[in-house]
Design a protein around this ligand. Structure first.
Ligand SMILES: Nc1nc2c(ncn2[C@@H]2O[C@H](COP(=O)(O)OP(=O)(O)OP(=O)(O)O)[C@@H](O)[C@H]2O)c(=O)[nH]1
Ligand SMILES: [Mg+2]
Length: 536
């Protein structure tokens, strides 16, 4: 049946008078205003800007995080200051132990030729393993490493005598060393206990000795560290057994620590690059008298120099404001060492292959971690255990990639055949070419330029380690440009989304210079973020 349409069904066009029209117009104006206000509020609202710090172990990620903290949240660094005290102690003790280990190794080599007079000197040094840490002589690898490194050492026990001439190990100053060693053994013996305390019980096998920290470690340490010594007059009393004990031991042995560090034999080992110390060890050993003061509170410089390996991922947040846009700047500091990831996954079986790590949880779910390069950075996780990094990585606004360009003469701990610059280039290639990261902004920091300058000034030749460097001049300008060109080339060839690359030469220990860079980088990232989010 057809439906008849009657004109009567249509609403007549209603005429509105002027007053009503004005009211409607006002209402529209109000609505527009409310909308504008909403947009303004939206712009003013704090947004999360996620920034990942990536790079191989010891590239300086945590040091950059500290610089961010110093700039944007110095009050929190101030609060944490006491917590760094035992960590500084640990850095000194570890350095002392490594020096003694190396001496042990040197003394144990070719005893008949190189130590002809040992019989007339005090009894051969007792194996430190029995007295100190229970595993000292088990480091022939440490000594062997530098020999393989081709440092030009003859491998014999020839040391510089105090007057600078070479002599075999003999009575006189070896007695000095033996005495120093005896006095320092108790200090070295507390290294493990201190490490355990600071790591909150986390122990890692397979990795280098050290402290491994998870998020929030300062909160655990601070109440202990701030107590100081009993009766020191610094307004604090009591103290945790280990921390307090270590402070007292260091105060009692500071002269010996200093004497060991200045001993001609040790100078000679340093000169011939036989000592494999942490890069910042010399800084702490030079400053041992200041650090051993009873009311010692770590200076900012001390905190920046400290070596503390990061476990898993640590999140830090700062409030940053740029031209009216407030952002919640979330910085993710990702531990660069492979073994630093292992204790993150409790109660799981771990199966490692050459490029993949399989983690099987008690529920039978397998977590497959594909490392971008040699098991150290993963890009794909499949179950909840992996949510720590995957989500963040994919949704990150920016990645700041750190490459220590001073490391041209160093090799990976887990793969002694891989040059560390080469490894950084491989990691950077993987990041540039990763489809999941194609819309993430990239910042490259060619770090440790101060150390690069020092190495070149000391005559270390790049070409010895990187043959392609050829006959180019071995000076800072040429070398730094050479490395930069390589990283830029990696980006040009592999970047799938042809992003802009912000590249900086950095020295993370230089507060003024780094903070300038932090501001520039921060502004560039936030500007990109505003553009991407359509907030302009
Ligand atoms: N001389 C010098 N030392 C630096 C520089 N940047 C970092 N360091 C030192 O290098 C060591 C390692 O730095 P970290 O920031 O702990 O390295 P990381 O990348 O966080 O290392 P993981 O946590 O193991 O991944 C520390 O002792 C720092 O003080 C630099 O530009 N110059
Ligand atoms: Mg770190």
């Amino acid at each position: 049946m057809a439906v008849a349409t009657s004109y009567n069904d249509l609403q007549p066009v209603r005429r509105i008078d002027e007053a009503e029209a004005r009211a409607i117009s006002n209402r529209i104006d109000e609505e527009l205003k409310a909308e504008r206000e909403m947009i303004r509020k939206k712009k003013g609202q704090k947004k999360d800007v996620k920034v990942m710090l990536l790079g191989q172990a010891e590239s300086g990620k945590s040091t950059l995080q500290k610089q961010f903290q110093l700039y944007y949240a110095s009050h929190s660094l101030e609060k944490e200051r006491p917590a760094w005290r035992p960590v500084v102690y640990f850095n000194i003790i570890k350095a002392v132990r490594m020096i003694l280990e190396e001496l042990d190794y040197e003394f144990s080599q070719s005893p008949s030729q190189a130590r002809p007079q040992l019989a007339s000197t005090p009894p051969p040094l007792p194996p430190m393993s029995e007295t100190a840490r229970g595993k000292l002589p088990a480091v022939p690898g440490a000594g062997a490493a530098f020999k393989a490194g081709g440092t030009g050492s003859s491998g014999t026990n020839t040391y510089s005598s105090p007057n600078g001439s070479a002599s075999n190990v003999s009575g006189g100053w070896q007695d000095d060393l033996a005495q120093l060693r005896t006095k320092l053994l108790p200090l070295v013996a507390v290294e493990d206990a201190l490490a355990r305390d600071l790591s909150g019980g986390v122990t890692i096998t397979g990795g280098r000795t050290g402290i491994y920290v998870r998020s929030g470690w300062q909160a655990l340490v601070a109440p202990m560290a701030s107590r100081g010594w009993p009766g020191t007059g610094n307004g604090v009393s009591g103290g945790p057994p280990v921390n307090d004990l270590v402070a007292r031991m260091l105060a009692a042995t500071k002269d010996e620590v200093s004497a060991l560090w200045r001993h001609p034999s040790v100078r000679s080992l340093v000169k011939h690059r036989k000592l494999r110390l942490e890069e910042s060890a010399s800084f702490f050993l030079e400053n041992v008298h200041r650090i051993a003061e009873p009311d010692y509170l770590p200076a900012t410089e001390d905190i920046l120099n400290v070596r503390l390996q990061t476990l898993g991922v640590k999140e830090h947040s700062f409030d940053i404001s740029l031209s009216g846009t407030h952002v919640n700047w979330l910085l993710y500091d990702v531990g660069g060492a492979r073994h630093a990831w292992v204790p993150y996954f409790d109660d799981v079986a771990i199966v490692m292959t050459s490029r993949e790590l399989h983690i099987v949880s008690p529920f039978g779910r397998a977590l497959r971690i594909i490392f971008i390069s040699r098991l150290r950075l993963y890009i794909s996780l499949s179950v909840s255990l992996g949510r720590i990094l995957t989500g963040t990585l994919i949704t990150a606004t920016a990645i700041i990639f750190l490459a220590p360009i001073s490391a041209f003469d160093q090799y990976l701990e887990e793969d002694p055949r891989t040059n560390r610059i080469d490894d950084s280039l491989q990691l950077f290639t993987a990041i540039c070419s990763n489809k999941l990261l194609k819309s993430t902004h990239l910042v490259l920091m060619l770090n440790k330029t101060d150390l690069l300058r020092q190495k070149l000034a000391a005559g270390i030749r790049v070409r010895k380690y990187i043959t392609s460097y050829g006959d180019r001049p071995n000076n800072y300008q040429e070398v730094s440009e050479y490395f930069r060109a390589h990283f830029l080339q990696v980006h040009r060839r592999n970047d799938i989304s042809k992003r802009a690359l912000y590249c900086h030469f950095t020295s993370m220990l230089d507060i003024k210079a780094t903070q300038k860079i932090i501001v520039n980088v921060g502004e560039a990232i936030i500007r990109s973020y505003i553009t991407d989010a359509g907030l302009t």
